[in-house]
Design a protein around this ligand. Sequence first.
Ligand SMILES: [Fe+2]
Length: 349
Amino acid sequence: MSEVLLSQLAHVELFSPKPEETVNWMKEVLGLEETTREGQSVYLRGWAEWLHSSLIVTEAPEPGIGRIGWRTYGPGDAEIIAKRLDGTEEEVGWVDDWTGHGATYQYRSPHGRHLHEVFWDVDLYQAPEDKFDPAMPNRPQKYVNRGAGARYLDHITFPSPNMKGDIDFYKQFGARHTAQTEVEPGFTVFSTLTCNGIRSTHDVAIVPDFSGMTGRAHHLAFRVDQRLDVERAAEAFIAAGTPIEFGPGVHGIDEITYLYVREPGGFRIEINAGGWVNTMPDWETRTYQAAGGNPGQSIYRNIEAPDGFYTAWPLPPEEAADKEQAAIRDEKVAAFSGQKASPEGFIDG
Ligand SMILES: [Fe+2]
């Protein structure tokens, strides 16, 4: 018997110290559509997304992420998860109703302490008449080519102080641990997971966290249709004055074409396309090696991410941040020269 309790990464709450600038960028440059404004939050979605919202921008003192929302695979699945977690340190509890979805069970991962929420009942996006195309009933609305024209939320990447512990936790709800990158045997610095049998890439990636903090995040990724759309997105970012942080390039693990930028609030956003479809439920985790060129990071094995790419949010206190960057630099030198690596590292996507 198999059990997959989650169907998709439905939404992520992004904290921004500059919420108006962030929301405007998400709409005009990334190409998302605004659904609702409520309190200190603005709800947005990609033009091809059926659910009410996939991104919730909430005002906060510094960048970071809040709620990570998952739609379950069917009615009653949230109750199954609740039954397993009730009374544990991971339990947060039920919320009767929320904007965009119904009864919701919240919990935290055991080590990263990221706040997840699961629900079955959802509000579907209803396009106004001028945005709806009756000839294309598989689409919630007409195509949008504004800015990067992001189609839908793809994945979230976050650090954890205990990657294996959190991966085991996520696997109990049906996530498959598809691949990992190690800098030395047994020391993993990147892992991909997916709860979805037909998604072409991961819905969660986990990297190590040595900051002593929890609940941090590295990036959110949005999807476009074609690899060339990523190059077009790069043009849109440059034209809008958004510097490119890393890419376009092709990661080796999922073979996705990637591009990373920072939105005005300071958080990292990825645009991607392409990749392959891993439909195998009995897939065994594959291991990539970081040393000597990192095919997980770049399929061409001739490029590495810039130092700032290892930043995650919220930032640790200044001294810790400096130490973290120095350790990452040392680690990269050690790994690429074949020396013994210390625990900091390589993020592949
Ligand atoms: Fe990514």
